[in-house]
Design a protein around this ligand. Structure first.
Ligand SMILES: [Zn+2]
Length: 278
C-alpha cells in the first residue's frame, strides 16, 4: 500500500468518526426538546411492548407537586405566596431537578422510557388566573414546564384564566389537562349523562381551545374509587389524585401528588423525598 492510499483511508476514517459524533449530538438535542419527545412518544409507543399492570404499579413513583392559589392574601393549605412559589421552583432548579411532562411520565411508566435526572412534575388545579400570570412565567424562566388542570366552568370568569390564556399555556409547551366541568367529585358520576357533562363535553371543548388532545385528568378533591378509575381509563392516559393509597389494578389512573403548602424551599425538598421515597 503506497503513502497516498494510506492517506485516503485515514482521511475517510476521520470523516466517519466526525459524522457519527455530529449525529450523536443531534440525537441528544432532540431528546432534550420537550415537544419533539412528545411526538416521538406518540409514534414510537406503537412499536414498543407495554409493561404489565403489576410492573407499572411496582415502578418508582416520580414526585408530583400540586399547587392551587398563588397569592399574598387568603392564607391556608391551598395557597402559597408568589415569592414562596418562585423560591420553591428556584431550589428545584438549583438542586438539579428537571420538570417532566405527563407524556414523559406515561412513557416511563408504560414503556420504561428514560427520564432526565431528578425528574418531577409541577401541576396546578382549578384554572386560577395566577397560574398563567405568575406561575407559567416563573417556570419558563427556569426551563420548566407545568401541567395545568382546568375546570371548564371557569372560562373567562373573574380570577380565572381566559380561553386565550389556556391556549397560551399549551402553545408555550405546558400540558393542559381536565379537572371536570364544575369540580363535582368523580365518585358522584352515576349515569352516562354525568360522564358526558363532567368529562366528554369539557374534554372536547378544551381540545378545541388548545388544538391538542386532552389526555390527562386530575380528580376534583383528589377523590376516586375503583369504579371511577376504570371509567377514567377510557378517556385519559393518566389521572392524578392526591396522597392517597393507589389502586393496584389501575395504577395509571391514580398517580399520587402532594399539595404544596406555604413552606420553606428546604421543607419542600424534604417533603418530596419523604412522600415519594420508593
Ligand atoms: Zn380542584
Amino acid at each position: 500500500m503506497n503513502k497516498n492510499n494510506i492517506f485516503v483511508i485515514v482521511t475517510a476514517f476521520i470523516m466517519l468518526v466526525v459524522m457519527s459524533c455530529k449525529q450523536a449530538t443531534h440525537t441528544n438535542e432532540k431528546t432534550n426538546n420537550v415537544s419533539d419527545s412528545i411526538s416521538e412518544n406518540a409514534s414510537q409507543s406503537t412499536n414498543l411492548k407495554a409493561n404489565s399492570v403489576a410492573q407499572i404499579y411496582a415502578k418508582h413513583q416520580i414526585p408530583v407537586l400540586c399547587y392551587h392559589r398563588i397569592s399574598d392574601g387568603n392564607k391556608g393549605d391551598y395557597t402559597v405566596s408568589p415569592a414562596t412559589f418562585s423560591a420553591h421552583m428556584k431550589i428545584l432548579a438549583d438542586s438539579g431537578y428537571h420538570s417532566i411532562s405527563p407524556d414523559q411520565l406515561y412513557g416511563y411508566l408504560v414503556y420504561n422510557k428514560t427520564l432526565p435526572a431528578k425528574p418531577f412534575i409541577v401541576s396546578f388545579d382549578d384554572s386560577r388566573v395566577e397560574h398563567a400570570e405568575i406561575a407559567a412565567p416563573v417556570l419558563e424562566k427556569l426551563g420548566f414546564r407545568g401541567a395545568f388542570f382546568i375546570m371548564t366552568i371557569t372560562y373567562n370568569k373573574k380570577n380565572y384564566m381566559t380561553k386565550d390564556q389556556i391556549a397560551g399555556l399549551a402553545k408555550a409547551g405546558h400540558t393542559v389537562g381536565l379537572h371536570s366541568w364544575d369540580h363535582t367529585m368523580v365518585i358522584k358520576y352515576k349515569e352516562a349523562a354525568d360522564w358526558q357533562k363532567q368529562v366528554v363535553e369539557p374534554k372536547k371543548k378544551l381540545e378545541g381551545i388548545t388544538g391538542k388532545p386532552v389526555e390527562y385528568w386530575a380528580d376534583p378533591n383528589g377523590v376516586y374509587d375503583h369504579k371511577s378509575v376504570v371509567e377514567l381509563s377510557k378517556y385519559f392516559k393518566l389521572s392524578f389524585s392526591l396522597a392517597t393509597k393507589r389502586d393496584s389494578l389501575q395504577p395509571l389512573q391514580c398517580i399520587r401528588r402532594i399539595i404544596v403548602p406555604e413552606c420553606s424551599p428546604e421543607g419542600l425538598l424534604k417533603s418530596m423525598r419523604r412522600s415519594f421515597s420508593r
